[in-house]
Design a protein around this ligand. Structure first.
Ligand code: GRF
Length: 234
């Protein structure tokens, strides 16, 4: 497909000019509904999912990848001497598969500095809260316990902290009567499943830029309607 806005990619978050389909890897640990959303939207369009790695041997997400012929591998923490050794093996495999962007989609492990250095400014995560509120595990339960009326989803760059990297996209939903985590999750699922493909589309088009004046601030260039293609919300 046509890649607009390629004049300024040197200053975008993916350091070099990308090919038409951005090669991405997806890291999972569980059900894989976000992976499925990527397989159903950006895969073989703006991006190509070249690898799916799981921390859990029998994660249902692996079957979703295999169904589409995507290479899969399991990197269980218990199979390695320590987290660093696991990270090293994982990075080697992902690079060997040609991944340029690493997408954490329900990946329940932390990645160390050495791994992140292999994919500079090219690891993103989807989290079911409006960060910096409610990072870490059980974000929806945390939000309910706090009594918030507005919930939401964040796609952010990954740094060595827990859900602390710069925010790329956020989307909110008002649920003033919410009292049940399943109900909130059901409301957040569609947001996650559109926001993550949208972020990848923007990154693939070189439309995501650091703000030179404010290091945490991520600028989105929506010139040409990038991110609103094929029903993705603009
Ligand atoms: C999602 O809620 C995501 O925000 C969080 O983990 C969950 C993964 O769900 N990081 P799934 O495996 O993609 O269905």
């Amino acid at each position: 497909m046509e890649v607009p806005n390629d004049g300024d990619v040197a200053h975008s978050y993916l350091a070099t000019r990308v090919p038409e389909q951005l090669p991405i890897a997806v890291l999972v640990s569980g059900t894989g509904t976000n992976l499925q959303a990527l397989l159903d939207t950006v895969h073989e369009h703006e991006a190509r999912i070249v690898a799916v790695a799981s921390s859990v041997p029998d994660a249902p997400a692996l079957a979703r990848a295999r169904e589409r012929g995507v290479a899969t591998e399991v990197f269980a923490r218990a199979s390695y001497a320590d987290r660093e050794a696991r990270d090293e093996a994982l990075a080697e495999w992902l690079l060997g598969q040609g991944a340029r962007l690493v997408v954490l989609a329900g990946y329940m492990e932390l990645l160390g500095e050495a791994f992140l250095a292999r994919f500079p400014r090219a690891v993103i995560n989807v989290h079911p809260s409006l960060l910096p509120a409610f990072p870490g595990l059980h974000a929806i339960e945390q939000a309910l316990a706090y009594g918030v009326k507005v919930f939401g989803v964040t796609v952010h760059f990954v740094d060595a902290g827990v859900d602390t990297g710069p925010v790329i996209l956020q989307r909110a939903v008002e649920l003033p009567e919410a009292s049940d985590a399943e109900e909130v999750l059901a409301a957040l699922r569609p947001l996650e499943h559109s926001l993550l493909p949208e972020a990848i589309t923007l990154l693939a088009h070189g439309a995501v830029h650091p703000d030179e004046n404010s290091p945490r601030r991520v600028l989105i260039d929506r010139a040409g309607g990038i991110g609103s293609a094929r029903g993705l919300p603009g």
